[in-house]
Design a protein around this ligand. Structure first.
Ligand SMILES: [Zn+2]
Length: 238
């Protein structure tokens, strides 16, 4: 059995090659690595936003404390000034002012201690933020590298597809329309394989063995008619 069946098998080979090339574009390992890296960057962005919100909240509380500390210091200074310049002479008043100064100093220490606690609470958050941010920078560099690798691989594969498509079109032009139609129909619903060779007594499409009487019948067919596999229905090329 020769033409157009050998050419049909060549078309099948080229179609399979094209399917594989197109699949390789979709399944580039760099592409899934890129999706993974982008997922990790997005997760870090969420973690960074959460940490930043907590740091901002602590900073807000710290600013409020500092305001209270400053107000308390101003009031104390004011009292001390008045006591120093001798505007107040009654000992009862002086005693009350002295008492208030002491209270203010105590309050200021208390506020300062609170502020130190807030700063201690913020420290590990700042460390985590710095670690996350440097991880994002590393991942962004990796993202750029993978994006480039995907682009390079795509260009190579598309060039190979173009060459194979041209060969496929050239070979396909030699297959009669009716046979080509049947082949396309089979190929579309049989996993991309519409024509297969009969190898010994085995169909190379479904890999099943044909009964010997069937193999004999197929070999006895006139050269211009084609056989189909009784198991998978593909065009069988002798
Ligand atoms: Zn078969």
């Amino acid at each position: 059995m020769a033409e157009p069946y050998d050419t049909l098998l060549r078309v099948q080979e080229l179609d399979t090659e094209l399917d594989q090339l197109r699949h390789r574009i979709e399944a580039l390992p760099e592409r899934s690595a890129l999706a993974d890296v982008r997922g990790r960057i997005a997760a870090l962005a969420v973690a960074i936003a959460e940490l930043q919100a907590r740091v901002d909240e602590l900073a807000g509380r710290q600013a409020a404390l500092e305001e209270q500390i400053a107000a308390s210091a101003r009031r104390r200074h004011e009292l001390e000034e008045r006591m120093r310049t001798g505007g107040v002479t009654a000992s009862r008043d002086l005693q009350a002012m002295d008492h208030e100064v002491a209270q203010l100093a105590e309050r200021q220490h208390g506020l300062e201690d609170e502020e130190i606690l807030l700063m201690e609470e913020e420290e590990p958050l700042d460390d985590a933020l710095a670690t996350h941010r440097s991880a994002v920078l590393e991942l962004e560099a990796e993202e750029a590298r993978l994006t480039e690798a995907v682009a390079v691989a795509e260009v190579e594969l598309r060039a190979a597809i173009e060459v194979t498509e041209a060969a496929r079109a050239e070979a396909g032009a030699h297959v009669p329309a009716e046979l080509a139609e049947r082949y396309e129909r089979l190929r579309s619903h049989l996993g991309g394989v519409g024509a297969a060779r009969l190898v010994g007594n085995r169909c190379d499409g479904c890999h099943l063995t044909l009964p010997s009487v069937e193999v004999e019948r197929i070999h006895g067919l006139p050269a211009d008619t084609f056989a189909t596999c009784p198991q998978c229905d593909r065009i069988l090329v002798r």
